[in-house]
Design a protein around this ligand. Structure first.
Ligand SMILES: [Zn+2]
Length: 408
């Protein structure tokens, strides 16, 4: 027996996914899980965390049906929940199975995820990732474009499925970002999903369900995950991720409902990044075209700015403008993403009308859309800043379409 309870993320503790969590706890309580589940929803909203929590709950010795037939009921007469009657639908955090699964060491819990890099480094890469997940409950999986679920891994996994689970009555296979597989992997997977009476429960997650073959999707029970509400994200960042409240509000607003995105941005000094982005406007407001051009180029040079950073820069400007609208509508200061710069917001809100603010928001939206195309990035920055500056470099004097060639 294990004396101490173990730190384990429970379904009940998932943030902002109440209906998914409630549904999954119901499945655990009933003790008759389906063959396969597909957790789908935007990236970074907790699907992967939920998948592991669900798997751990199903493996927990106190959950109905978890123990092989004929096993003694360890908790009967122990004052604890009997496996048959009192399941909370969650991992207990105390039994042997919970200790192992919390540590990702349970032999019947298979955790598969995309990796990149050389095949010969595969074992190290996977071991390092698992270590990072164990050490940091807020670990964020970030993938290179080419990251994939390796064939060698799924092959080994499928071989193992031919045998009975080791300790539990069921085996749990969690596949993160299951859309990163090859066609032949799906057909092999499909075969096992179609086999009746098996002891394996698959939990696949994806933020791009359309990339999964329809044949796979149709064999999975779907569980939908929604973007997280800003307020929930904000309080989570403050209470659990040590983010000061002024930055937490901005991060929550910038993250589009994705905790993973907020956590990545957390490490980039969000308030400074915001200030740098907003400072790009200054030369435009002063009518200094040359200065704006230099600033746009410097921004693009800065650590080889990618699309993501460019997009974020425009989004920061959008947040600022939305704050101006909120100030004009008399919203409470708590609602403002940039409340640490309140005096400035109030000054500008008194000067610029809501119609003009909406026009500027549209300009920025167009700029964000154009990033997807093949644009000249520094020109996009230049043009957008000129058009939202409201200064002497205003609308009409600069190419309306940022892809136009700008010979300065
Ligand atoms: Zn347990």
């Amino acid at each position: 027996m294990y004396a101490a309870a173990v730190a384990i993320v429970r379904l009940a503790e998932l943030i902002g996914q109440d209906s998914a969590a409630e549904f999954l706890r119901g499945v655990v309580r009933q003790g008759r899980p389906a063959n396969a589940y597909l957790f789908q929803g935007p990236a970074g909203v907790g699907k992967g965390t939920a998948a592991l929590a669900f798997a751990r709950a199903l493996l927990c010795e106190r959950s109905p049906g978890a123990l092989p037939a004929g096993s003694p009921d360890l908790f009967a007469g122990n004052g604890g929940a009997s496996a048959a009657t009192g399941s909370s639908g969650d991992a207990c955090g105390e039994c042997g199975a919970c200790h192992k699964s919390a540590d990702l060491q349970h032999p019947d819990l298979k955790f598969v995820f995309p990796v990149s890099g050389e095949e010969r480094d595969l074992e190290t890469t996977i071991a390092e990732t698992l270590d990072a997940v164990r050490q940091d409950p807020l670990f964020v999986f970030l993938y290179e474009k080419a990251a994939s679920i390796r064939i060698s891994i799924t092959r080994e996994l499928l071989r193992e499925l031919a045998f009975q689970p080791y300790e539990s009555a069921r085996r749990l296979v969690v596949v993160r970002d299951a859309d990163r597989m090859r066609e032949d992997q799906y057909s092999a997977l499909l075969k096992t999903l179609e086999e009746p009476g098996q002891s394996t429960v698959w939990v696949l997650t994806t933020s791009r369900p359309a990339r999964l073959p329809a044949t796979i999707r149709s064999r999975c029970q779907k569980v939908r995950f929604a973007p997280l509400a800003e307020a929930r994200l904000q309080s989570f960042l403050e209470q659990r991720a040590n983010v000061p409240s002024s930055a937490a509000r901005l991060l929550a607003a910038l993250s589009g409902g994705s905790l993973a995105r907020a956590l990545v941005l957390r490490d980039t000094e969000p308030l400074e990044v915001r200030d740098q982005a907003l400072a790009l406007l200054a030369p435009a407001q002063q009518g200094d075209a040359q200065g704006l051009w230099r600033a746009a180029q410097a921004f693009m040079d800065y650590r080889r700015t990618g699309r993501e950073k460019l997009r974020r820069m425009f989004e920061i400007h959008q947040l600022w403008l939305r704050d101006l609208l909120r100030v004009q509508a008399g919203a409470s200061h708590e609602m403002l993403a940039n409340r640490d710069r309140l005096a400035e917001l109030e000054r500008q809100a008194a000067r610029v009308g809501p119609r003009e603010i909406r026009r500027r928001l549209n300009v920025l939206e167009e700029a964000i859309q154009s990033i997807e195309g093949n644009v000249t990035a520094d020109l996009t920055v230049f043009s957008a800043m000129a058009r939202v500056s409201g200064g002497r470099l205003g609308e009409g004097r600069w190419p309306a379409h940022p892809t136009a060639r700008w010979d300065y």
